[in-house]
Design a binder for this molecule. Structure first.
Ligand code: C6P
Length: 417
């Protein structure tokens, strides 16, 4: 690979011009933003959609008879249709807007979980779950007396499925909650195959897609999952918008998570009946403006093509892995096979705290994440407290990887020599 700006499928030079923040300097150096797994940067198109909405159509939705209210409702519902098409959901009714992935998963753990899980039932998760897809299930198990079954990882941080998923399932398994792509070691899990196996055992499947929907084509009907959760802010959209996809029958049967305005059908002093789906799960005034701007992010990614996004990230990740492996005394985590490795790389130097690594590269303008990455069970299983992590997106270049490698310089020697 050369250090040219054009990598594979994407015209990165053109893309970069859409991101105003990439023009700024950090400690006098051009910003190299490698913290995309935490949140992505936003293109001008998304920022302008947000401003345009407030300047032209701002009103509350689903309740006003005036024109602004109708326009705002149409824009908001239009984005629900876009999201539905983006992940190939069978209907926009299957899309619930939340605040983020964490809230989407909590919605399922509370609304579905409290109604369907009881003492002696089993919930299967993996040790590589982000806390957002671990703690809600752990708490549900503790509250109901259900058993939490945890799938471990092998040495290359792929799931330990040598004896098949069935070895973790029983006739009491109610749900398998699994991440599509891990956010620290980068493992991409075979969720389609796992969903088929879980369904054969009569269990439902929730996919944490916070690190997959932004980075690769995801088709919920092809995966055949029951629930799938992701966040707008990791895919060029604004903060404060999450998505829960759920099968229509499940949403129809589930009790609400939050109650209040707009999620009701009828309220009397004695009782309340619920609105239809998905309104039943969107109590109160939602984050209208950010949902509208999220629509611009989906348009942007759709124009790039999600397969192209994945190809670009694969190439940049392979290049970064090759360069990192040349550094002295570095430990790199995650699977070798790039087909099951997302666009994140975590690493450590012996005896060097990841925060020190993060601070050193920051002084050269390179933003990475350091710490446990909300993956404490996984960190514990690797016997480490945290990692330094670089994560890539559509605007990152091989030239930026070179800046990052130069910024790492002699970190290993400096601390140990
Ligand atoms: N991971 C990271 O730096 P929220 O914060 O609710 O939008 O997303 C939570 C979440 C759930 N699942 C996975 C796999 C994730 O990676 C995240 C967020 C960020 O890796 C913040 S810890």
């Amino acid at each position: 690979m050369t250090t040219s700006e054009r990598i594979g499928a994407l015209d990165v030079a053109r893309i970069r011009r859409d991101f105003p923040i990439l023009d700024r300097k950090v400690y006098g150096q051009p910003l190299v933003y490698f913290d995309n797994a935490a949140t992505s940067q936003k293109p001008r198109q998304v920022i302008e959609a947000l401003t345009h909405y407030y300047e032209t159509s701002n009103a509350n939705i689903h309740r006003a008879v005036h024109l602004l209210g109708e326009e705002a409702t149409a824009e908001y519902e239009g984005v629900r249709e876009k999201v539905s098409r983006f992940i190939n959901a069978p209907s926009p009714e299957c899309i619930v807007f939340t605040r983020n992935t964490s809230e989407s998963i909590n919605l399922v753990a509370y609304a579905w979980g409290r109604a369907n899980v009881s003492a002696g039932d089993e919930i299967v998760v993996t040790v590589m779950e982000h806390h957002s897809n671990f703690v809600p299930w752990q708490q549900l198990a503790q509250e109901t007396g259900a058993k939490l079954v945890v799938i471990g990882v092998k040495e290359d941080q792929t799931l330990d499925l040598d004896d098949g998923l069935s070895s973790y399932l029983s006739e009491r398994t109610k749900i398998v909650a699994i991440t599509h792509a891990n956010n620290t070691v980068g493992t991409i899990n075979p969720v389609k195959e796992l969903a088929a196996e879980a369904h054969r055992a009569g269990a439902l499947v929730l996919v944490d897609a916070a690190q997959s929907v932004p980075h690769m084509p995801v088709d919920v009907q092809d995966l055949d999952c029951d629930f799938l959760a992701f966040s707008a802010h990791k895919m060029l959209g604004p903060t404060g918008v999450g998505v829960l996809y759920a099968r229509r029958e499940l949403l129809a049967e589930m009790p609400p998570f939050l109650t209040g305005g707009e999620m009701i059908s009828k309220v009397t002093i004695d009782e309340t009946t619920w609105n239809g789906i998905p309104a039943k799960f969107e109590a109160g005034t939602p984050n209208i403006a950010d949902v509208v701007a999220f629509g611009a992010a989906i348009d942007y990614l759709s124009d790039l093509g999600m397969q192209n996004v994945r190809e670009h990230e694969k190439e940049i990740t392979e290049y970064a892995l090759r360069r990192l492996k040349q550094l002295e005394s570095i430990t790199i985590y995650g699977p070798e096979d790039i087909d099951v490795h997302g666009g994140v790389i975590s690493f450590n130097y012996p005896g060097v705290h990841p925060h020190d690594v993060g601070t050193i590269v920051d002084r050269q303008g390179v933003a990475i994440r350091s710490g446990h990455g909300c993956n404490q069970p996984l960190m514990r299983s690797l016997d480490i407290s945290g990692v330094a992590r670089a994560s890539f997106y559509v605007y990152n270049t091989a030239a930026e990887v070179d800046v990052f490698i130069d910024a790492l310089g002699d970190v290993g020697d400096r601390f140990n020599g």
